[in-house]
Ligand binder design. Sequence first.
Ligand SMILES: C[S@@+](CC[C@H](N)C(=O)[O-])C[C@H]1O[C@@H](n2cnc3c(N)ncnc32)[C@H](O)[C@@H]1O
Length: 232
Amino acid sequence: MHGKLIGVGVGPGDSELLTLRAVNVLRSVPVICAPRSSSERESIALSIVEDILTERRDGCRILDPVFPMTDDRDELESHWDSAARMVAAELEDGRDVAFITLGDPSIYSTFSYLQQRIEDMGFKTEMVPGVTSFTACAATAGRTLVEGDEILLVVPRVDDRFERVLRDVDACVIMKTSRHGRRAMEVVESDPRGKDVVSVANCSMDDEVVERGFASGGGYLATTLVRFREQS
Ligand SMILES: C[S@@+](CC[C@H](N)C(=O)[O-])C[C@H]1O[C@@H](n2cnc3c(N)ncnc32)[C@H](O)[C@@H]1O
């Protein structure tokens, strides 16, 4: 019997936000795949589940392929291909592999690139949902994202499409804000409606920062929540 690949969402940072199902999988799988953005950096997802893995008496193998943060498509493809080969070797020998990913595996996660390759090779995959960063940010900020028949837009970048659809939505989540915060601010500010804007960096982590408005700086883990109010 071949093993299966399980994409496990580990939530935004605080290990209390792991689901029971994620914990059960992490306590039992023989192999964990925890990609890093560079060979010098530890995976954030791995640091979230560290205590669970340390408690394991039977131990488990950790695969830590590098998925660099680059827009170079060829470079990315070659890293994903090599990670897929690494994982496939374990599945071939009958071992399940849990691929841990920040937040939820269905939201802008590198899991999707690996999942496609592994399925194309004929192996089975599953997903364990996680608390996504933007709902955790909303909870931290004490804000409702949307209610009633309001429409929520979620974007990973600010481009022409964002500008076109913004006027038709009631609220938006802007992810990766540290990369395009200024443009996001200009576009949102140019909307004539009233608005509540809050940014959360490193949500649920020790160095969490909550700011009204757009994030003034900070690192990669920053998300901005916008809610429009109709002019009265
Ligand atoms: C590649 S996406 C991963 C999203 C993840 N799969 C999820 O469900 O939230 C990375 C972006 O998620 C957001 N993010 C992830 N963790 C976060 C955290 N702890 N606090 C704030 N934003 C976070 C940031 O916008 C970051 O740039």
